[in-house]
Structures are given as structure tokens and as C-alpha cells.
Design a protein around this ligand. Structure first.
Ligand code: F6R
Length: 361
């Protein structure tokens, strides 16, 4: 049942090239995005994304995509906050729920709160028969298959894939993305399952790093732009299954507080592909190293050559278009947490105090 893997989480991490391929087939035709359900982003004034946990992190990545590619204003909220905050619901805006299970109590309640007030209720859900998929106006499948491990991996990956496809579609509909760039992004999406397979090759390095990370009592994750939510994903996965306290910060916020924590006992994991923000992140990395912080830099070959000096370790990822890095960098976020937990001997698939689907408040 675990396909030769020790845990469902490992099986699900390794299934990602295939599950990614499956979902892309649903959303891509030729060199265009053709989604399995109709939606018109051109008519919307804004998009409000509401979700919990890892699904909320996928939503914060989507904010970068929708704003950058489609110039559509996006706010992304935690469902338990949204539902009780008496939010201003824009009648010309859509509310989008993201949920693996489609049954998370707070997300479901948030959806019911917005229903009838927002222009439309969209959902991005794994379980097609779930309450959220059934009650939303338009449900976008993520086709990740059954996810058993409590810590979400392949569902997060496929949520990102669907959200990027929808942002590309929104760009075309809103006239902010030309056919040539759409084709370029689609061809990069088609390359992703192969890139994710390549990224999985860092697994043995992650297993080696686990003995170092497992000894820490706190770990800091840093990133800029779309890598900031990835830092959150790395920290959340690690907390959930290894029980090590971890915190994510936007790299630029470092000097506004958390740098006070930095000393030689603090591992600092930095997600920094060589994109437009790379130099800024490297200067944050240098600030950490100047205080003896131990940096694990997750980057590509160019980034390793340009900014790797003095880091304790480097994980080198394949090159790709900066727009698709969040999907690729999910792999090290998952593998670092997984191997740290395995090293500590925790119950990876059934971490203490957690349930796969949080159907009570
Ligand atoms: C983290 C994780 C949880 C879920 C959250 C929402 O690895 O699995 O944070 O993402 O409970 O669950 P769904 O997506 O089912 O609404």
C-alpha cells in the first residue's frame, strides 16, 4: 500500500511527478490553458482567497501569480479569521476556497458566509464529492488522488499547479498576458513533472542534513516574493512532523526583529532561486552569517555560484522560469521536514495532536 516506501508521506512526495502530470492534462490543451470549468476573471474587481494551513499557503503563492500575471487584486485570508471578522465582501469580486479535503469546518463556514454576497464562489478542492466542491458555484479539481499522510504534500503541489493555470487564464482574459508568454509558461508547466523528478534527487542530501536539523530547537526559514510562502510551507511541514519549532520570515523583515535570535545554534534555511530578488536575499544571508547563523541555501546552480560562499550547505535545484519556482521548491520544503522527522523517529504519517481533516472548529 505504501508502494515500497516507509511512510505514506514518502510515497506521496514521490508520486508528485505523476500527479502533477495528471492535473496539467486537465488544464492544458496544446499551448493554452483550457480549464475543466468555466470562469471569467475579466469581470472581477478582486479575488479573495480563503483557506487553512497548507492550502492557505498555496493561496498566498497564488496572490503573487494573479497580481503579477493578471493584475487582479488578491487578498488571502485564514478561514477562521475571515468567517468571524465581518469582512467587507465585494459584490463584484469572487471568493475562492482552497481545501484538500473540502470538509474543513472553518473553510466551509467561510464559504457559506460569503455565498450570496460575492459575485461567485470558486473552489480548488481535491475531493470532488466534498461539501466545498458541491456547494461552490465553480469547483476546480486538483486530481491529486487520495492523500493519506496528515502532512499535505502532493495536494499542495497540485493546488499550486491549478492556481498557476488559473492565473495564466486570468491574464489572457484580462488582456495582461499575450499568447506568446502564455505558450512560454505552458511549456514551462509541461516541463515541471520532469523538473520535480530531478529535484527529488536531492533526497539523499536532505537525509544527510537531517542529523544537523534534528538537533536544533528552533529553525528559521527565509524567502522573498513567492519564496516567502514557501518558507512558511517549510516551517509548517517541519513543525507538524518533527515537532521542532520553526518560523518563517520574509527575508526583508529579518532586521526588524528575528535577527536577534541568530547565533551558531540556529539553522537558517533560505529559499532563493536566482531571480530578480536574489541579490537582496543574499545580502540577508550575509547578515545571518555575520552573526554566525548556519545557513542552508536552497538555490539553483547560478545562485550557488553567486551567493553560496560561507553557507553551511547548499541544495542545488534545477533551473526554471521564476514563475514556476514555488512548485519546484516545495520539494526541498517537504524532504527536509520528512527526513528530519525520520531521523527523530516521530510518527510521520500520524503526527501527534493532528487530524487529516479538521471538521470541527
Ligand atoms: C499541513 C496540512 C494542514 C491542512 C489544513 C487544511 O500539512 O495538511 O495544514 O492543509 O488543515 O486542510 P484542507 O486542505 O483539507 O482544508
Amino acid at each position: 500500500e505504501k508502494g515500497g516506501h516507509r511512510h505514506f508521506m514518502a510515497k506521496e512526495i514521490h508520486e508528485q511527478p505523476q500527479t502533477l502530470k495528471d492535473v496539467l492534462e486537465l488544464y492544458i490543451e496544446g499551448d493554452r490553458i483550457v480549464p475543466p470549468a468555466e470562469v471569467d476573471f475579466a469581470a472581477l474587481s478582486r479575488l479573495t482567497i480563503v483557506a487553512c494551513g497548507t492550502a492557505h499557503i498555496a493561496g498566498t503563492v497564488a496572490k503573487y501569480w494573479f497580481e503579477r500575471i493578471a493584475r487582479l487584486p488578491v487578498e488571502c485570508d485564514i478561514a477562521s479569521e475571515y468567517r468571524y471578522r465581518d469582512p467587507v465582501i465585494d459584490p463584484a469580486g469572487a471568493v475562492m476556497l482552497i481545501s484538500q479535503s473540502g470538509e474543513t469546518a472553518d473553510t466551509l463556514a467561510a464559504m457559506r458566509h460569503a455565498a450570496g454576497e460575492a459575485a461567485s464562489i470558486l473552489s480548488v478542492v481535491n475531493v470532488p464529492t466534498s461539501s466545498i466542491a458541491r456547494e461552490s458555484d465553480v469547483a476546480f479539481p486538483i486530481a491529486a488522488g487520495v492523500e493519506v499522510g496528515v502532512a499535505s504534500t502532493k495536494a499542495f503541489m497540485n493546488q499550486l499547479a491549478v492556481l498557476l493555470c488559473l492565473a495564466i487564464l486570468a491574464g489572457r482574459q484580462r488582456g495582461t498576458l499575450d499568447a506568446e508568454r502564455e505558450a512560454e509558461l505552458v511549456s514551462e508547466l509541461r516541463r515541471l513533472p520532469g523538473l520535480v523528478s530531478q529535484a527529488l534527487a536531492i533526497e539523499s542530501r536532505c537525509a544527510d542534513l537531517a542529523s544537523w536539523l534534528a538537533e536544533a530547537s528552533d529553525i528559521l526559514f527565509l524567502g522573498r516574493g513567492p519564496m516567502f510562502p514557501l518558507a512558511h510551507e517549510g516551517a509548517l511541514k517541519l513543525k507538524e512532523i518533527s515537532y521542532i519549532h520553526a518560523e518563517a520570515y520574509a527575508s526583508g523583515e529579518l532586521k526588524h526583529g528575528p535577527i536577534a535570535l541568530v547565533d551558531r545554534s540556529l539553522p537558517v534555511v533560505v529559499f532563493a532561486p536566482s531571480d530578480a530578488l536574489f541579490d537582496k536575499t543574499v545580502s540577508n544571508v550575509q547578515e545571518v552569517m555575520a552573526r554566525e547563523g548556519q545557513v542552508l541555501l536552497v538555490t539553483d546552480a547560478e545562485g550557488a555560484a553567486a551567493g553560496g560562499q560561507g553557507c553551511r550547505d547548499i541544495l542545488t535545484m534545477p533551473d526554471c522560469d521564476p514563475m514556476v519556482t514555488p512548485l519546484l521548491y516545495a520539494v526541498p520544503a517537504q524532504l527536509l521536514a520528512y527526513h528530519t522527522a525520520v531521523h527523530k523517529g516521530t510518527d510521520v504519517d500520524q503526527p501527534r495532536n493532528l487530524a487529516k481533516s479538521v471538521t470541527v472548529e
